[in-house]
Design a protein around this ligand. Structure first.
Ligand code: GDP
Length: 195
């Protein structure tokens, strides 16, 4: 999709605040600093639209971005903060569970992992959780420009093995600065949203 118009329409913590227009929604999840804002900016052709690196301790909200009056990207706050309190983690968990399990408009989840490392426990848990609820999931391996092309297959295998993925089709190697993987991610999103 060629995107010219995007706006942040809503920061929501509970279902009463979700948008009511009914467009399909694609959620983006990942640990903080994995490259979620960078991926979003590439997808929507902006240098810096989505907030980068939301800080631990800040109010955690689901951010709905209206893309071309056709769909919403839903930025799910990053998991894996070491510093937040237990009660804050629980609040975060509830907000996300409510959204992921009860939202009819949610058509797919883009789950980000760092291409350079084995997926973390948090990454694996998130993937299993999405699979358990039968949410169509695309794994995007970010920062792939930081590893040599010759090692990409190895990186994909490592992720696939750790997450116990049925096949490699649903992993895309991505690079924000080089825009590698942009079309493939968009193809998957359009397929899920409008399929
Ligand atoms: P977020 O916290 O998940 O939104 O992560 P950001 O998008 O803010 O990225 C965290 C850091 O990783 C920033 O310094 C980005 O410039 C860097 N980064 C993100 N994606 C890539 C990528 O594909 N390649 C490289 N080399 N750096 C990236």
């Amino acid at each position: 999709m060629e995107v010219n118009h995007v706006e942040l329409v809503m920061s929501a913590v509970d279902p009463a605040q979700y948008p009511t227009t009914g467009y399909p929604e694609i959620a983006l999840v990942g640990r903080s600093n994995v490259g979620k804002s960078s991926l979003t900016n590439v997808l929507i052709n902006r240098r810096s639209y989505a907030r980068t690196s939301s800080q631990p301790g800040k109010t955690q909200t689901l951010n709905f971005y209206n893309v071309e009056d056709q769909l919403y990207f839903v930025d799910v706050p990053g998991y894996g903060y070491a510093k937040v309190s237990k009660s804050e983690r629980e609040k975060w968990g509830q907000m996300i569970e409510t959204y992921l399990t009860q939202r009819d408009q949610l058509k797919g989840v883009v789950s980000l992992v760092d291409a350079r490392h084995a997926p973390t426990e948090d990454d694996i848990q998130m993937y299993k959780y999405l699979a358990y609820f039968n949410l169509p999931t695309l794994i995007v391996a970010t920062k792939s420009d930081k590893i040599a092309r010759g090692k990409w297959n190895q990186a994909v295998s490592q992720i696939k093995k750790a997450m116990d993925l049925p096949n490699t089709d649903n992993i895309i190697m991505f690079s924000a600065p080089k825009k590698i993987g942009k079309d493939a991610v968009w193809n998957w999103i359009e397929q899920q949203a409008f399929g």
